[in-house]
Design a protein around this ligand. Structure first.
Ligand SMILES: [Zn+2]
Length: 115
């Protein structure tokens, strides 16, 4: 048996419909309209953008805290550790958001370590 929907040739699972069309029918019966792929995609994009914005906000907040700690004289690796950040990740974020005092301090520290 194949799905009863005209344009569908997937095997039927329940009530003469394939898995997808059966789920779609259940959504209609429950009063949840079937997802329009374009709407679903737009919602997905929106949630990705929101997550990116949240990440950026977190990065900026962490950079602010890092700057505060470093200005307070905290030892750079300890300051990063307190924010649960690796030094290289912190340098990358500081460069991305152009927080010069932070990446200068961390890069100076790393250069001194290497010397
Ligand atoms: Zn089908």
């Amino acid at each position: 048996m194949i799905c009863q929907r005209d344009t569908c040739d997937r095997p039927s699972r329940s009530r003469g419909l394939c898995e997808n069309h059966y789920r779609q029918l259940l959504r209609i019966e429950r009063g949840t309209p079937p997802k329009d792929p374009a709407v679903a995609l737009a919602a997905r994009r929106k949630s990705i953008v929101k997550a990116q914005e949240a990440n950026q906000l977190r990065a900026r907040e962490r950079l602010d805290e890092l700057l505060f700690l470093l200005e307070g004289g905290e030892w750079p690796p300890r300051a990063c550790e307190r924010l649960d950040w690796s030094i290289s990740a912190a340098v990358k974020a500081a460069r991305r958001y152009d927080v010069r005092p932070v990446y200068m301090a961390l890069e100076n520290y790393r250069r001194d370590e290497a010397a």
